[in-house]
Design a protein around this ligand. Structure first.
Ligand code: ADP
Ligand code: MG
Length: 619
């Protein structure tokens, strides 16, 4: 059986695609675009070829920002500094006459200085990234401004880099013995670089690493609980964006044959960010669109406005600023999604390979074996004792419910059990090992998988992709394999597993829908499928029935029963007594942080203390 799914991994407007009949194949559109690129230098005047060269160079930097800012949610104003790093490395090395022998050979060819520039940029990006990426909120953009300014002044101050006068006499790039010393010739190199960069970025986003990267914006807590190292993913996109900027700088230096600090300052860094945002920061193609719109618009305004308003003053920057604000108001997603709607393109269908080898599975502990044990757990928040000397255990093949009125301390207990929080005293053992001191990733790897009280999913990604994040820790292909498509066998295994879990929970009809389009009940079920995709031996569910309709609750009960029969240990934290009573094996009741009762559902339902807590509670 093969299942068809849309290939476009970046958020797409699915409803628009449904409304409009698909007309053109994406291959055809891409083919026309490539042919145009190929013939354009023969048709257009050198002026326009130069313009296209700049668009290509800018688009490469903007593409890094698509990955970093649009997809990863990290705003950087400092990309121009990385362009400068690439440009200055090659400028300095290829023009220097007094380099020591061990270094001189690098300056012999621009291709060697490209490698040198990429290595230097990667090293600088790792250092700057480890200093700034930990910053949250507006501190991160401020951090990028800070190092953007520092590098800019470094270029201008270092006498060996020519100070503010810069470096001239940079040789052209030679390719197959031919010097690319003309705008039309370097045009092909620039656009080849850009197309390769776009292809690899596109591939990367459509992979295991890509899902981790796409989870960075708004899904970090969830991703960590699924075993994703989000700090590493942030560093990865930061370095990739820096490398793209560096390559653009290298091309720029050899196109201009001259560099000075001006194009590498923070205000150009802001312009790069504008390009990404105006073009469509969430889309690979947004980079080209943004670079084109801004470059052409600026050029056009520069020519037009002096004729209208006289030639004194930078009127174009003022008009430009106003236009930016308008676009930010009117088209937040950028221009690319609007263009996409104008040209209805049919994307090549992708398939789930049902013949793919299944992912490895852990052997579940025998039914009745103790999986999770809390011993005298106390958690205090200042003077408030949210959990007071709580003990409980969960065994393989059983469902335990932790219930109690609002504010009883259930979520706090859930956090102690799942290792999100550490008890003030007492301990939690999972498969006999202490949970304390392990981060969510390690705990996920140990076999504990959770859902969230407030659903945490990536609304613009499909159900399939969301669930596939659950399999992150059962696979290991990284960025390079993804970029060059060497991860396809593993990716097929991941998607097959995700599809299997989606069918297991009964969401198969929504496999390719955007997760955000599902009803709340279905979203909760999706979270369970995602948790199952991690192949856990313990499921922790925080209020899974909250907000569900009667029928949805019944479906959830049935699913949990099925999992229990397969040997899964499940702990449900729930507020809804009716939902719990017909389903679970044992119940622990909390009130004001204490355990007030424990036993079989029937015993609990008739326990006077429990009835008092529920009837007299703040519900
Ligand atoms: P439940 O999930 O049963 O509704 P919670 O565990 O969320 O209850 O809360 C139990 C008590 O602990 C409440 O009084 C709540 O205000 C308090 N509490 C929970 N988390 C914190 C925190 N991080 N800091 C201070 N008080 C907290
Ligand atoms: Mg709660």
């Amino acid at each position: 059986m093969t299942v068809r799914l849309p290939a476009d991994p970046v958020p797409s407007d699915a409803s628009a695609a449904r409304r409009r009949p698909a007309l053109l194949s994406s291959r055809l559109v891409l083919g026309v675009f490539l042919v145009l690129l190929l013939v354009v230098p023969a048709i257009l005047s050198p002026y326009y070829v130069t313009l296209l060269n700049y668009i290509g160079l800018y688009a490469m930097v903007a593409l890094g920002l698509v990955l970093l800012t649009g997809v990863g949610g990290l705003t950087s104003f400092g990309q121009a500094a990385f362009v400068g790093l690439g440009a200055y490395t090659t400028a300095a090395l290829t023009t220097a006459t007094d380099l020591p022998a061990w270094l001189a050979w690098v300056g012999a060819s621009p291709w060697l200085t490209l490698v040198a520039g990429l290595l230097i940029t990667a090293a600088v990006a790792v250092v700057l990234g480890s200093l700034t990426l930990k910053l949250s909120g507006h501190f991160l953009p401020l951090g990028t401004i800070a190092w953007g300014i520092s590098l800019y002044f470094l270029f201008g101050t270092m006498q060996s880099l020519g100070g503010h006068t810069g470096i001239s006499g940079i040789p052209p790039i030679t390719l197959f013995g031919r010097a690319l010393d003309d705008g039309r010739e370097i045009y092909y190199l620039i656009w080849a670089f850009l197309l390769v960069a776009m292809l690899t970025t596109h591939n990367l986003l459509d992979s295991r690493e890509g899902r981790a990267i796409r989870a960075l914006k708004g899904g970090r807590v969830m991703a960590e609980a699924m075993g994703v190292d989000t700090a590493r993913a942030r560093m990865v996109i930061f370095v990739i964006a820096a490398l793209l900027a560096c390559a653009s700088g290298w091309l720029y230096a050899h196109m201009q044959r001259f560099v000075n600090p001006t194009p590498f300052g923070v205000h150009i860094g802001i312009e790069y960010l504008f390009m990404a945002v105006i073009g469509g920061a969430g889309y690979v193609w947004g980079a080209i669109v943004g670079a084109s719109v801004i470059t052409v618009l600026k050029q056009w305004l520069q020519d037009l406005l002096p004729q209208l308003l006289g030639s004194s003053g930078n009127f174009e920057m003022i008009v430009f600023g106003v236009l930016m604000v308008l676009v930010l108001h009117r088209a937040r997603e950028g221009v690319w999604p609007i263009l996409k709607k104008l040209v209805p393109v049919r994307t090549a269908p992708k398939t789930i390979d049902t013949a793919a080898e299944p992912l490895p599975r852990r052997t579940l502990p025998a039914a009745g074996e103790r999986i999770l044990e809390a011993k005298n757990v106390t958690r205090k928040f200042g003077g408030l004792v949210a959990n007071d000397n709580m003990s409980l255990e969960v065994r393989a093949g059983e469902i335990l419910a932790l219930i109690g009125p609002n504010g009883a301390g259930k979520s706090t207990m859930f956090n102690q059990l799942s290792g999100v929080d550490t008890p003030t005293s007492g301990e939690v053992l999972f498969l006999g090992k202490p949970v304390a001191g392990h981060n969510s990733r390690e705990i996920a790897r140990m076999g504990m998988s959770r859902t969230f009280q407030h659903v945490k999913l990536l609304p613009t990604m499909t159900v399939l992709e969301n669930v596939a994040i659950g399999a992150h820790l059962r696979s290991d292909k990284g960025v390079l394999s993804a970029a060059w498509r060497l991860d396809r066998a593993e990716e097929a295994r991941i998607l097959k597993e995700a599809a299997r879990q989606i069918e297991r929970v009964g969401l198969q009809d929504h496999m390719f829908d955007e997760a955000g389009s599902l009803a709340l009940g279905q979203q909760r079920i999706l979270e369970i499928a995602r948790a199952l995709c991690a192949d856990p031996c313990l499921l922790l569910l925080d209020e899974p029935a909250a907000g569900l309709r009667f029928k949805e609750k019944a479906a959830l009960s049935e699913l949990l029963r099925k999992l229990r029969a397969e040997g899964m240990a499940t702990l449900i934290v729930e507020h809804d007594m009716d939902f719990v009573m017909g389903l679970v094996d044992r119940v622990v009741v909390m009130e004001f942080g204490h355990k007030i009762a424990e036993g079989l559902p029937d015993e609990i339902q008739n326990n006077p203390a429990v009835l008092e807590a529920y009837l007299g509670g703040v519900d």
